[in-house]
Write a protein that binds this ligand. Structure first.
Ligand code: NAP
Length: 225
């Protein structure tokens, strides 16, 4: 039975990853912050772990709680959008900047050396849930400036993870879920969360078509960094 670790599984895309991998009878380790979410994930048959990605002790705890586990897929999914600005005229304040950059970027940097070793034995896949909004090459609008900048940085984390771990057999991907209907994406988003996750699972499952070091959307389209 393959095993997945979903970091940030309480709702939205992380919850849907958990649901779909469980439907396929995968063993799933799913992280949460609240007790209600722990129960929901447990009822899906997931093994639950408490993780606030801003808490350095929680991050370290993942390492010892999963010591000896052989994991096939790790999805680094937890993220926040931050202020919904419409242009670059309103730079963020310290509090917004700290929350978005620490959640989306610093946490990914700290989780990387904790979770990558869990993938070595299976020569597994580490997927960072990034966003097309983080593509510098494709930047064509300036709304959501802080989020865009944070996801551009996430892309660099993914690329450096590829540089460091691909030689050791770990495949690293940056993935764009599409504009998906979740709390973050909102009700008018274009893609059902279930379709986004089905697509990203297909990308994750096919190392030949989607090799390490790539940036792909949920339909398997290659994106420019
Ligand atoms: N939806 C879209 O259209 C879209 C598009 C491109 C990229 N993405 C990316 O996809 C990922 C998931 O987004 P979503 O749409 O599912 O968003 P969401 O519905 O807002 O869910 C965000 C998830 O991140 C978790 N999280 C936030 N801060 C955390 C922290 N400090 N510690 C642990 N977990 C934390 C939340 O946990 P709690 O429930 O505990 O808050 C929740 O599970 C994000 O990285 C997002 O940037 C989404």
């Amino acid at each position: 039975m393959p095993t997945a670790l979903i970091l940030g599984a309480s709702r939205g895309l992380g919850l849907e990853f958990t649901r779909q991998y469980r439907e396929q009878d995968w063993k799933v380790f799913a992280t949460h912050r609240s007790e209600d979410d722990r129960i929901r994930l447990r009822d899906l048959g997931a093994q639950t772990l408490r993780l606030d990605v801003l808490d350095i002790n929680d991050v370290a705890g993942i390492s010892w709680q999963l010591d000896g586990e052989k994991i096939d897929v790790v999805v680094c999914n937890a993220g926040v959008y931050g202020p919904r600005t419409s242009s670059i005229a309103n730079p963020p304040g310290d509090t917004d900047f700290d929350l978005v950059m620490r959640t989306n970027v610093l946490a990914a940097m700290r989780l990387l050396p904790v979770v990558a070793p869990l993938l070595l034995a299976s020569r597994g896949t580490l997927a960072f849930i990034s966003s097309r909004m983080g593509s510098i090459a494709e930047a064509g609008a300036s709304f959501g400036m802080l989020y865009r900048i944070s996801k551009a940085a996430v892309n660099m984390v993914a690329k450096l993870a590829h540089v460091e771990y691909a030689d050791q057999g770990v495949r690293v991907l940056a993935l764009h879920p599409g504009w998906a209907r979740t709390d973050m994406g909102g009700p008018n988003a274009e893609v059902e969360a279930s379709d986004s996750i089905a697509g990203m699972r297909r990308v994750i499952a096919d190392p030949r078509a989607y090799p390490s070091g790539g940036f792909f959307d949920y339909r398997g389209q290659s994106l420019a960094w």
